[in-house]
Design a protein around this ligand. Structure first.
Ligand code: P6P
Length: 334
């Protein structure tokens, strides 16, 4: 391993470059790191602890079965972030409405966070990697008051920090504060995240495509044409491409970021707005993609340009290597 630099040290080394004051960013990240370690610990023993896997027995606002770990992770992140004076409010996939922290310390916080505490949670019971996704905005409402809805309904272009935690073969925080994308790998033996992937960028070329082929009958004809193109045998253009789909956005995105690739959850006849949520899935991943030299679109517009109108609104997502997204756009515009 090269230089041993922790996440906290890397933030301090880059201080002064952030839109957030270093102290605020450090406090925010200490909340993310702490909650990530606690959730990671529970995930790693999920198979051993009866009362932590399986379904909670109720559904979230999306009408999706809440996994017990979903609810647990949401509570851990909500408490960890509420214990730091930097965040005045939180919106979560697991919360019907946004949470405006009540303490005066939190109400003095300048930022709000939007989070999917455990994305891909249906994979928990089958021991497949899952993730946490988050993004941070500067509040619009006056400091010292409770957070309000407009603090959360901001375009992705306004994001000041975003990232994900991937609970995989190793646990990593991958994040950006506008100075590129960096990966930090957790060493459980000492409980520290070390800088392991500095300046992550999508490879110029890629040949991995990630999509749920089971939705093929419901895709627009132009998406079908693209998927047929991916599977044609043409060595001159490095086809057929390779299909890889984990069913966990964070894991599929992470692999495509390292190896080059494209992930698509497009509009379908059954779900015209797609499945993924704009505020705490598509926007943070789109921010990271653009910081890493990639692209993220709905099909006809950039994700980060969308003006949100609702906390849990959905949008189609096509995200990954610029060359592959551009190639797909050629089909959409034909
Ligand atoms: P499907 C997980 O529920 C998720 O939000 C993403 O992480 C994942 O890529 C997608 O949905 C999987 O959805 O419909 O293919 O099972």
């Amino acid at each position: 391993m090269g230089k041993l630099i922790t996440l906290g040290e890397h933030i301090v080394q880059n201080q002064g470059k952030f839109p957030m004051a270093t102290g605020e960013l450090t406090a925010l990240l200490s909340g993310i790191k702490l909650a990530g370690k606690v959730v990671n610990s529970e995930i790693n023993k999920a198979g051993l602890v009866d009362d932590i896997i399986g379904q909670q027995g109720n559904t979230n606002i999306q009408g999706e079965e809440q996994q017990k770990l979903d609810v647990y992770a949401n509570r851990i992140f909500k408490e960890a972030l509420g214990a730091r004076a930097v965040i005045c409010g939180l919106a979560s996939e697991e919360e019907d409405d946004f949470v405006a922290y009540e303490s005066s310390v939190c109400q003095n916080g300048n930022y709000v966070i939007l989070i999917d505490p455990l994305d891909g949670s249906s994979n928990i019971d089958v021991n497949v990697s899952i993730g946490t996704i988050f993004c941070v905005y500067q509040r619009k409402s006056p400091q010292g008051s409770p957070a309000v809805l407009e603090d959360f309904l901001q375009k992705g272009r306004e994001i000041v920090a975003a990232g994900y935690i991937v609970y995989g073969s190793s646990t990593m925080i991958v994040m950006s504060t506008g100075q590129g994308v960096h990966g930090y790998t957790f060493d459980p033996s000492i409980g520290v995240f070390f800088l392991s992937h500095e300046n992550l960028r999508f490879p110029e070329q890629g040949k991995i495509y990630s999509v749920n082929e089971g939705n093929f009958p419901f895709f627009d004809e132009k998406i079908k044409q693209y998927l047929r193109y991916c599977k044609e045998h043409d060595p001159a253009s490095n086809r057929p491409y390779t299909g890889r789909y984990i069913g966990s956005l964070v894991s599929d995105f992470h692999r495509n970021l390292i190896k080059g690739g494209i992930y698509l959850y497009p509009s379908t006849s059954l779900k015209p707005d797609g499945k993924l949520r704009l505020l705490y899935e598509c926007n943070p991943m789109a921010y990271l993609a653009e910081q890493a030299g990639g692209v993220a679109i709905t099909g006809n517009e950039h994700i980060l340009d969308i003006q949100p109108t609702e906390l849990h609104q959905r949008c189609p997502l096509i995200i990954g290597s610029k060359s592959m997204v551009t190639e797909l756009q050629g089909f959409l515009e034909a």
